[in-house]
Design a binder for this molecule. Structure first.
Ligand SMILES: Cc1cc2nc3c(=O)[nH]c(=O)nc-3n(C[C@H](O)[C@H](O)[C@H](O)COP(=O)(O)O)c2cc1C
Length: 194
């Protein structure tokens, strides 16, 4: 099988990471790969903010935890959001699974392809990480907290300005333990018309 297909089929979302930081070379390759994703009308209006500073990540984690603890959710809210709020009850809560690197993908406001472009870029991030023997996982909490004043002003102090829309993020790091097995694909998700 060619390497691209191999990476696509074997990448998994990783939720346990070693403390060891990824190399600078790996970080640059991953960030560069993100910028090679397709974008609507070649907009390339994304910004990828990589955070590797442990104290900054831990401060962000404390803010995210408190934001979830205070969040009021309707019963019919998206289940993953309800699950995230439940997880935040634990003092050991860590929204990025203690990964040593977190990359936030943001885009300009009022741009219809903001999510689509950043999603393509995030998949490039995941596949490049996998090809380098690293684990990754989409992290959605910051997207859900896009409008949280405290978190946005903290991110702004780091250079991610408040008007930008947070579309998603990726945890990156060395995998701790065995990666999860490939999940079975659902049936009847493909149609071919000839
Ligand atoms: C839009 C989107 C949001 C996601 N958000 C999270 C998240 O916040 N936390 C998490 O652990 N995984 C998150 N995931 C990962 C999914 O749970 C995962 O892709 C799915 O269970 C399939 O597993 P796999 O990636 O190993 O194939 C997200 C994935 C997508 C595409």
């Amino acid at each position: 099988m060619n390497e691209t297909i191999n990476s696509i089929k074997n990448r998994r979302s990783i939720r346990k990471y070693q403390e060891k930081q990824i190399s600078e070379e790996a970080l640059q390759l991953i960030l560069e790969a993100a910028t090679y994703a397709p974008s609507g009308s070649n907009n390339q209006s994304w910004i990828f903010t990589a955070i590797q500073n442990r104290e900054v990540l831990q401060t962000l984690n404390r803010m995210v935890r408190h934001a979830f603890l205070e969040m009021e959710l309707a019963e019919n809210e998206y289940p993953a959001k309800i699950a995230a709020k439940k997880l935040a009850q634990s003092e050991n809560y860590n929204f990025y699974y203690n990964a040593p690197t977190l990359i936030i993908a943001s885009n300009v406001p009022n741009y219809a392809n903001a999510m689509a472009d950043c999603s393509c870029a995030l998949q490039n991030i995941f596949l490049t990480a996998h090809s380098l023997g690293l684990g990754s996982c989409w992290i959605n909490q910051l997207r859900w907290l896009n409008d949280h004043t405290g978190i946005r002003s903290y991110l702004a102090s780091l250079g991610l300005t408040e008007e930008r829309i947070i579309c998603g993020a990726s945890a990156i790091g060395f995998i701790e333990g065995n990666p999860p097995i490939v999940k079975a694909r659902k049936e009847n998700t493909i149609q071919v018309i000839k």
